[in-house]
Design a protein around this ligand. Structure first.
Ligand code: ADP
Length: 189
């Protein structure tokens, strides 16, 4: 069977981390998180790591150029080509989205999954988990940033008919079932 090539979007508090794990188990794809890649580069003290460390610390976005380069390198590796992937945290700008489709060429994406949970619900979930950075102000700020930077990228994919919106309300198992069904039936664009 053709490996799945997926992108997942979801607000903080939407359960994206857990559902990513389920997608990996189910479709045997490789989880690719640009945040993890950058953190690994920082930890390893590579040249890239030294460049991105201050950007990440200030909460800014790494340049499209550096981000696209790190993803391009990883997507070309044999394990990813053979098993497919679920991209998490990339693309984050329409420019990155365009570069992604260009690097995949004829293979394209199987689907872009949007794990949809209403703003009021993610706010309540984040407040309930009571993490130190989950102050009312902090939560509102991070959620607003998602609308500013990520929603235009989801819209970019929507315009190309690639987005599967999956209702993220309900139990973890219910959401997993919906996701697996949606991805299994996706043929890509
Ligand atoms: P968060 O969702 O909290 O931003 P991530 O783990 O996705 O966490 O990313 C951590 C940091 O890595 C981001 O704040 C940003 O600096 C950088 N980063 C990750 N992905 C991207 C991307 N696609 N484009 C630009 N910067 C990115």
């Amino acid at each position: 069977m053709e490996p799945k090539r997926l992108v997942i979007f979801g607000r903080q508090g939407a359960g994206k981390g857990t559902q990513c794990d389920r997608i990996v188990e189910n479709f045997k794809v490789i989880h690719l998180s640009t945040g993890d890649m950058f953190r690994a580069a920082v930890a390893a003290g590579t040249e890239l790591g030294q460049q991105v460390a201050p950007i990440m610390e200030s909460g800014g976005l790494v340049s499209d150029e550096m981000t696209i380069a790190i993803v391009r390198e990883r997507l070309a590796q044999a394990d990813v080509v053979e098993n497919g992937f679920v991209l998490d945290g990339f693309p984050r700008t329409p420019g990155q989205a365009e570069a992604l489709l260009e690097m995949l060429g004829d293979r394209g994406l199987t689907a872009v999954v949007h794990l949809d949970v209403p703003l009021a619900e993610v706010t309540a979930r984040m407040k309930a988990r009571g993490r130190a950075d989950d102050t009312d102000e902090g939560i509102a700020k991070r959620l607003a940033l998602y609308d500013q930077e990520t929603v235009p990228t989801i819209d970019w994919f929507s315009d190309r008919g690639l987005v599967l919106t999956v209702d993220g309300l309900g139990s973890e198992a219910e959401v997993t079932e919906r996701l697996i069904k949606a991805i299994s039936s996706a043929s890509g664009g």
